[in-house]
Write a protein that binds this ligand. Structure first.
Ligand SMILES: [Zn+2]
Length: 112
């Protein structure tokens, strides 16, 4: 990976981290405990519980991708960043942009 690609990728990772952090904040608001207030009615309460669990899953996913992004950012300046850990070939930059935390090239990822 050349330095230019590395700088661009770093910039994109930092932007993505900001975005994911904002997502996490909004999911956190959505997963607040649902009040046992009967006024909202049984069905809408069930809906609220349902969407709460969807948001909880989304929150977990966002936290996972945040930790992958932070991990990628912490090693991006290492000389072997962007190399597949199995075949040691360069992972295409386009792939790293979509999945900055990936440690496998496309063909090794497919074999897994
Ligand atoms: Zn590989």
């Amino acid at each position: 990976m050349n330095n230019n690609d590395r700088e661009i990728l770093k910039f994109e990772i930092i932007n993505e981290i900001k975005k994911v952090n904002e997502d996490i904040e909004s999911y956190k608001k959505l997963v607040q405990p649902i009040s046992p207030d009967n006024a909202i009615g049984r069905i809408s309460r069930m809906e609220a519980i349902n969407s709460k669990s969807i948001n909880e899953a989304a929150l977990r996913k966002a936290k996972e991708s945040l930790s992958k992004l932070n991990q990628a950012l912490s090693i991006i300046d290492e000389p072997d960043f962007g190399l597949c850990i199995i075949c040691e070939e360069e992972i295409p930059v386009a792939r790293l942009k979509i999945m900055p935390g990936t440690e496998y090239c496309i063909s090794c990822a497919e074999k897994l």
